[in-house]
Every structure is written in C-alpha cells, then in structure tokens.
Write a protein that binds this ligand. Structure first.
Ligand code: NAD
Ligand code: ZN
Length: 335
C-alpha cells in the first residue's frame, strides 16, 4: 500500500510502498478515507529537535483521520466492516512535543494514518454518527481539543477572548459562540487566519500588533474586561495581554503550549481573583459525544478547512501548513 513515510533523517516525507498492516485478534483494520495534517506532522516533516529525538526513521506518520472498517479481529464484537470510524490515540489528543514524548502515539512512535490502511486496537476506535461530514470527522481530534477547552468554563452570556486563531483557536471560538457567549473576540497577528476566524462568526478578529485589547474593549463598549479567556497561541505576550484584560473573577483555560518558561504578573491573578486552568487535551469519550451533539445541533466548523487535496499532492499540503496561510489541510486517500 501507499504510505507517507519518514524514511530519512532530514526535512521531508516520502511516498512509499509499504506492506499492509496485519490484523491481530483485538484489532480493527481501516481503509483510510481522509486525513488532517496537524502541527505535530509539520514538526516531523521539518525534522526539528523534538521530532528527531522522538520519531523513529522509517515510520508512517499521521494521526488525524477518518476511515471505513474493512476487517476486524476474532475478538472484536463491537465493530464491523463498513462502519465509519476515527482513531482516538493518546498522542493526537495530547498536543505535541514534550507531551507526546511520553506516550505511545500513532504516527509518532507507531505507524500512523497517512496510508491506505491503518490497524488499531479496538479500544482506540471511535464510531462516527452518520450525520458527521467526512471532512469534519477527519479533524475530530483537534476539534476535541477545541471543545474540551471552550467548555472548560460556562460561556453563556459571557464575553470570551481567544488568543491565537490557529485551527484550534478558531474552532474553540465557534464552540464558545454555540455555547452561548455574548461576544467572542479572537486575536492573531496572521491576517489570513483572522479572515478565517471571521468566517466562523466571531464578533471581532483583532491584530495584536496593530491594536491593544484595551482599545478593543473600548470599541465594543466593554468596561470590566473579558469573563472567559481561551489561550490558544502558547505565546507569552498574548497571555500577558489576556491577563491584563480579564474581569474580576474571570476564568482562563490554557491549551497553547509555551515553548519555554514564561513570566507573568501574578498580582493580576491575585488581585483580580482569576482562575487559571491548564487543559491537557487527552482522550475523553465525553468530549467526543459532546462534539457529535454540537455538530448535530448546528455547529459548523467546516470554514476552518482551507485545503482539500489528494494524497498525491501532500507536498502542497505541507507547504500550505508551513506558510501559515492555511487552516486545516485535508488529504483524500481515495483513488
Ligand atoms: P497553531 O500554531 O496553528 O496556532 C497558534 C496561533 O497563534 C497562530 O495562528 C499564531 O499566529 C498565533 N499567535 C502567535 N502569536 C500570537 C499573539 N501574540 N497573539 C495572538 N495569537 C498569536 O496551533 P493550533 O494547532 O491551533 O494549536 C493551538 C495551541 O494548542 C498550540 O500551542 C498547540 O501546541 C497547543 N495544543 C495543546 C494541546 C494540549 O493538550 N494542551 C493539544 C493540542 C494543541
Ligand atoms: Zn493532531
């Protein structure tokens, strides 16, 4: 079968013929239909320090996917051929870098989903509701991070600030909206991504290099600051500005992973009685059920998908990811 393999210890990925994986008694074999490229995959493509220390050369990469079951092991009673499923692997739900380094992850230290077939243990299989669109099903994993973070605190009637309009920040903004927020402001220096955020329906997408959140508050007639913060950039400057613009008693959920230690003014946290909560997007059945229900009741995150390509054009997909002029990039593995 065809697969995207990290066959050399240098930048790039190589399309290769590899043997089809065999099915153990507790396994499910899936024909991959669509895959999403995520930041983790880009790190592996670029072969940065984290990737070269973590990923074995020769591995098929990729972990965001949707596919159709073609075969099940003799012990598997809950799944059958024809069902549309995704894999819920620890790695994909857990961000990247140091978090992934400790877990056995699909597409990071065991063969992944950028291939025509993947085999996973039945305990890692999620059966999709028929109502879920295939493209959206392919990105259930980062959507899970977004939902988990956006629902960390109640949003009903609240003014919500999202820092970072990457795919996860944009999806979280859409979820906050759906969950009843009054205003959802998102910030990102990247104009392309602010444009995408506007498409999913934020109140305002702001450029933190051109305006201050103080000014934004004034513009929106806000006095007291934001009630809920979703930190989705991992950028220290973004987090500090968020802290300065929260209301008394506000709550902040932090998903973005800072690349190193970051200093903040703790007086802000103390005197404003802020609640800070770290979010580790690990797998949760509950989140995936909520996602299905949110989608069935009208949550539309399809606007975050900017590229739909054939697997043959994977290079273009990775280029789009590297350029920053992209939301989610989907590769279609059919045909
Ligand atoms: P991404 O890198 O695509 O998006 C981050 C965005 O932040 C970019 O668009 C960037 O332009 C923006 N940004 C940079 N500086 C900023 C600033 N000063 N103000 C506002 N925005 C700024 O990442 P993503 O895939 O959307 O993921 C979001 C974050 O969540 C990443 O840090 C990722 O590592 C992390 N993550 C964490 C977990 C977890 O379990 N905690 C899981 C998945 C992802
Ligand atoms: Zn991912």
């Amino acid at each position: 079968m065809k697969a995207l393999v990290k066959s050399r210890a240098e930048q790039g990925l190589w399309l290769e013929d590899v043997p089809e994986p065999s099915v153990g008694i507790n396994d499910v074999k899936i024909r991959v239909l669509k895959t999403g490229i995520c930041g983790t995959d880009l790190h592996i493509y670029q072969w940065d320090a984290w990737a070269s220390a973590t990923v074995p050369v020769g591995l098929t990469i990729g972990h965001e996917f949707v596919g159709e079951i073609v075969e099940v092991g003799s012990n598997v009673a809950d799944f059958e051929p024809g069902q549309v499923v995704s894999g819920r692997c620890r790695n994909c739900l857990a961000g990247r870098r140091h978090l992934c380094a400790h877990t056995a992850g699909v597409g990071v230290n065991r063969n992944g989903a950028f291939a025509e077939f993947i085999v996973l243990p039945m305990t890692n299989i999620w059966l999709h509701a028929p109502s879920v669109d295939l493209d959206v099903a392919a990105i259930f994993d980062p959507l899970g991070n977004a939902v988990h973070t956006a629902l960390a605190f109640p949003c009903v009637g609240e003014d919500v600030l999202v820092t970072g309009a990457g795919p996860i920040g944009i999806m979280a903004a859409a979820v906050a909206r759906k969950a009843g927020a009054r205003r959802v402001v998102i910030s990102d220096p990247n104009a392309y991504r602010r444009g995408l955020a506007e498409k999913v329906g934020v109140t305002l997408a702001v450029d933190p290099t051109a305006t201050t959140l103080r000014e934004v508050q004034r513009q929106l007639g806000m006095q007291e600051g934001f009630d809920v913060g979703l930190e989705m950039s991992g950028n220290p400057a973004a987090f500090r500005e968020m802290l300065e613009n929260m209301s008394h008693g506000a709550k902040i959920a932090m998903l973005g992973i800072p690349s190193k230690e970051m200093a903040i003014d703790w007086n802000r946290v103390i005197f404003n009685q802020l609640t800070l909560r770290g979010i580790y997007g690990r797998e949760m059945y509950e989140t995936w059920y909520k996602m299905t229900v949110l989608i069935e009741s009208g949550l539309d995150i399809s606007g975050v998908i900017t590229h739909r390509l054939s697997w043959r054009d994977f290079e273009a997909g990775f280029e789009a990811m590297q350029s920053g002029e992209s939301g989610k990039v989907i590769l279609d593995w059919r045909g």
